[in-house]
Design a protein around this ligand. Structure first.
Ligand code: ADP
Length: 160
């Protein structure tokens, strides 16, 4: 059994992310969702909140765990003793960015391999930033994110 690491900012986790994590756990045996802060994106939820929210989504999936990390992904891979990075692909437009990161990680840690999982067509237009925009303007996002995530978003909105 292998352990895959699925890194991302997941701000917030969408049904597209859920699909990739479940697929990775199914194919490789185990999946660790690794939550990071993307320096180019301002986050809606803190990293600790995101870890907590994602844990609640996968509370019944024994082969999926959630961890936070800082720094280099390849160092996290060593810590987790995993050689499998999983990333999701929605469209060709994701490819260039993903390929660049995969090559960079290959250079830093040649023993680690990046695997890409193509999303289901129904998730191919789903992105965290779009979910945040639709929600902000009062649109219905209940088909885009798990129920636990929707509840946390509503709670945060009511706090503001
Ligand atoms: P990052 O900030 O690292 O891009 P994201 O949380 O936006 O993190 O995405 C994490 C990973 O999940 C990326 O590989 C991204 O391509 C993938 N992903 C995002 N949305 C979807 C989706 N709807 N279907 C499949 N994969 C997705």
């Amino acid at each position: 059994m292998l352990k895959a690491v699925y890194p991302g900012s997941f701000d917030p986790l969408t049904n597209g992310h859920v699909y990739i994590a479940k697929r990775a756990a199914d194919i490789f045996g185990k999946c660790v969702i690794a939550v990071l802060d993307n320096s180019e994106k301002k986050s809606m939820f803190s990293k600790a909140e995101r870890v907590d929210m994602i844990r609640s989504v996968f509370k019944n999936d024994k082969n999926i765990s959630v961890a936070a990390y800082d720094g280099l992904l390849v160092d996290f891979m060593k810590k987790e003793k995993s050689r499998v990075i999983v990333r999701g692909l929605r469209a060709l437009s994701d490819f260039e960015y993903e390929f660049q990161i995969a090559q960079l990680n290959r250079q830093l840690a040649p023993e680690v391999e990046t695997f890409f999982i193509a999303t289901e067509p129904r998730f191919s237009f789903l992105a965290s930033h779009a979910v945040k925009d639709v929600f902000k303007w009062g649109g219905n996002i209940s088909d885009m994110v798990p129920q636990e995530i929707l509840e946390r978003m509503v709670k945060l909105q009511n706090k503001d």
